[in-house]
Design a protein around this ligand. Structure first.
Ligand code: BGC
Length: 719
């Protein structure tokens, strides 16, 4: 349809038909729609009726080509104007083929693979009938107590923005309208959901507008610059106003300032939740605030359907606002070609062909290899081929390795670590759980000790169960569960080398395992091919190359601890530990245990010859910084060379360092490569106190190195 036809369609719609387009409900309500006149249970309590279900314009969470085709057919039979349903779902890190969790994908620093993972997820879900994914989630995070850190790529606005763009490219492709195997993307959660106080999910977010713009907004904006079709509002308040009713955020920044013309959807029930927040007296006021703020689709509560008619009648809401929202929805339906082909990519045959196919599994394997981070290694890894190995721990033979939000991925399809190790290790390999995730029996422990006594080396597969992170998975204590630390203590007494493999959804306080183990490999929730990837890393068929994108604290008491912090007026001088009146803890270092950007390899890299092409530049010029990186070890490896800049003095205080560029290099043993970064004035801009985004002339430091801590440095001036 062309724009005129869409406009005509809108004029034919009754007010009730229009408002129905603004409601989204889950699929279970739609299934068997014939009988939905009698809605019972929680839905009835929520005020949702069978009528609403039959009329609502989009569906959440259904997948499977056959079911979607059937529901669409059924719906269209009853639709007076033949407006098809939109099917949306949370395809967050894969559909049937599950990739590592997004935090892990971030640690790959591999934008191409990230894009590919989204492309594959799009293909699998589009042929299963889905049109929109509620991804990418790009919330910047500084608090690992928050369970949803697993859904984001980390603590850095620059890196998050690059990943946001890569994911959007992967989901949507370049020709969404023509390509039935891509999805429309919905960036979330706008805005600043990752800054929930205390890391407690859904909690208050409050920060200066400058802070919001400088750190939290860039990744959403980057997704939109890449053409992301939709935005989801967050659950939290921003400056005292819930995002779902926040006019300044939604109409002001998102629509007026950024020119976003796509659909804005609420989060699950977040419009009605304005009542609990204390921002609306009842459903009617909640509907009023959300519509005024510009939320187009209401997810899972009926405030719009029930109250917009009277709000229009009373003149409090202008019908033109409803028309705008409906138009956006019709436009997306049209862009996806649904008026011509309401089933779009849904194709049971293609579904059988591509879901979990070998090509997709290989990509999941590659990403699992690239996203694991070697945190420590006292020459225990890679394992010697002829050594006898005891693989111990609750993750030694466990299927819970997909992570939260694994869509239709099946745990039983996941390649488990034990299985993969047995396939690869010719020597003696025994496995024992030692304990459960948080329980231990004497028998479990005894079997583990027995296996360990016989072995040359212990591989200890520990971690968080997947339900310990994800939505609603906030923790105050982010150590490993007590029984697992007990297990470490018992095994440690045997005096054998220990390589710990940690599965988890957040940076942990690794107390009780980091010092005790000789090697630590962080594998996150590695997805469908996780076991194969980890086994190959352990035996040295693959070389770890992941780098942390979130700092690992010494303890929860240090949180928030992130690399791009300010210096304070009384910075601590580490050589003067006795000083009292400086910014420090008396019982902990200031620095995290492991900094942003950190990760080891089975080979070693040396940096030298840092050179900068000049000591001064103007806004029109640029400088080139170069460094030589040499692989001084005996294996081929990938190094991620990172560039950081510090603005020494600003109108507003500037962070100690900020990531401004990186390059991933593969180096053969003995090989040296020169890496160059171009420094230009736009990299030096920041939000001033009046929110102007400009640079200040003055002195800068530049750092290049393997992580945010261990860098070479040089200086230059912007004149
Ligand atoms: C989450 C969203 C998700 C939505 C729909 C909410 O609880 O916060 O991220 O997209 O549910 O499943």
């Amino acid at each position: 349809m062309d724009q005129k036809q869409i406009n005509d369609l809108l004029t034919k719609m009754t007010l009730e038909e229009k408002i129905s387009q603004l409601l989204q409900l889950t699929a279970n309500l739609h299934e068997g729609t014939e009988d939905q006149s009698q809605i019972t249970g929680p839905m009835e309590e929520m005020g949702i009726t069978g009528e609403m279900v039959r009329a609502s314009g989009s569906v959440l969470g259904l997948s499977g080509a056959a079911s979607i085709i059937a529901l669409q057919q059924d719906y269209l039979k009853k639709s007076r104007l033949g407006i098809p349903l939109l099917f949306m779902a949370d395809v967050v890190h894969g559909f049937k083929t599950i990739f590592p969790i997004p935090l892990a994908i971030g640690c790959s620093w591999d934008l191409e693979l990230a894009e590919k993972s989204a492309e594959i997820a799009a293909r699998e879900s589009a042929v299963s009938g889905i049109h929109v994914t509620f991804a990418p989630m790009v919330d910047l995070v500084r608090d690992p107590r928050w369970g949803r850190v697993m859904e984001t790529t980390g603590e850095d606005p620059y890196l998050n923005s690059l990943f946001a763009r890569a994911f959007v490219r992967g989901y949507q492709g370049s020709e969404l309208a023509e390509d039935n195997e891509r999805l429309a993307a919905c960036v979330k959660h706008f805005a600043a959901y990752g800054a929930a106080e205390g890391g407690r999910d859904y909690n208050t977010v409050d920060m200066s507008e400058r802070q919001l713009r400088e750190y939290y907004l860039p990744a959403y904006k980057a997704a939109l610059d890449e053409g992301c079709e939709m935005v989801m509002a967050s659950f939290n308040t921003v400056d005292g106003i819930p995002a779902s009713g926040n006019e300044k955020l939604m109409r002001g920044i998102l629509r007026d300032e950024w020119g976003f013309e796509g659909i804005l959807i609420s989060d699950w029930a977040s419009i009605r939740e304005m009542i609990a927040h204390g921002a609306a007296e009842d459903d009617c006021e909640a509907a009023y605030r959300a519509m005024r703020a510009g939320v187009d689709i209401e997810m899972m509560t009926p405030c719009y359907v029930q109250h917009l008619p009277q709000l229009i009648e009373s003149g409090r809401i202008d019908e033109s606002l409803i028309d705008e929202a409906v138009l956006r929805i019709l436009q997306l339906k049209n862009k996806l070609g649904l008026f011509e082909n309401p089933f779009r990519g849904a194709d049971p045959e293609r579904e059988r062909e591509v879901l979990f196919c070998d090509e997709h599994r290989r990509a999941a394997y590659d990403l699992a290899v690239k996203s694991s981070v070697l945190l420590k290694n006292n020459s225990v890894l890679p394992l010697q081929p002829d050594s006898s190995i005891a693989l111990i721990g609750p993750f030694a033979d466990h299927e819970d390795i997909l992570g939260w939000w694994s869509c239709v991925g099946a745990k039983e399809d996941a390649v488990q670590l034990g299985t993969a190790m047995r396939e690869r290790v010719s020597g003696n390999l025994t496995t024992a759980s030692g304990c459960g995730f948080d329980t231990m029996t004497a028998e479990q422990l005894e079997k583990a000790l027995e296996a360990a006594r016989e072995a040359d080396v212990i591989v200890l597969a520990l971690g968080e169960e997947s339900t310990m992170s994800g939505e609603g998975g906030s923790r105050t204590d982010i150590t490993l569960p007590e029984v697992q630390l007990e297990l470490v203590k018992h095994l440690k007494k045997l005096g054998k080398p220990i390589a710990a493999v940690i599965f988890n959804g957040r940076p942990l306080d690794l107390h009780g395992v980091f010092d005790e183990a000789d090697a630590v490999l962080e594998v996150w929730f590695p997805g469908s091919e996780g076991g194969a990837a980890i086994a190959d890393l352990l035996i040295g068929r693959a070389n770890p190359s992941g780098r942390l994108t979130m700092s690992f604290p010494h303890s929860a008491g240090q949180i928030p601890v992130y690399y791009n912090a300010f210096n304070t007026g009384r910075p601590m001088d580490p050589s003067k530990t006795g000083e009292r009146y400086v910014s420090k803890y008396i019982d902990s270092p200031n620095e995290p245990l492991l900094p942003f950007g950190y990760g080891l390899s089975y080979t070693c890299f040396e940096y030298g010859g840092l050179h900068i092409s000049g000591s001064e530049m103007t806004a029109e010029q640029h400088l080139t910084a170069s460094v030589e990186v040499t692989n001084t070890g005996t294996r081929t490896g990938i190094e991620t060379v990172q560039l950081y800049i510090r603005d020494i003095t600003g109108e507003v205080v500037r962070p100690l360092r900020e990531l401004k560029g990186f390059q991933r290099l593969e180096l053969q043993p003995g090989e040296t490569k020169m890496v160059e970064f171009s420094i230009s004035e736009d990299m030096l801009r920041y939000h001033h106190s009046d929110l102007r985004f400009t640079s200040d002339p003055g002195s800068f430091q530049l750092f290049i190195g393997p992580n945010s801590r261990d860098t070479l440095q040089a200086a230059f001036k912007l004149i």
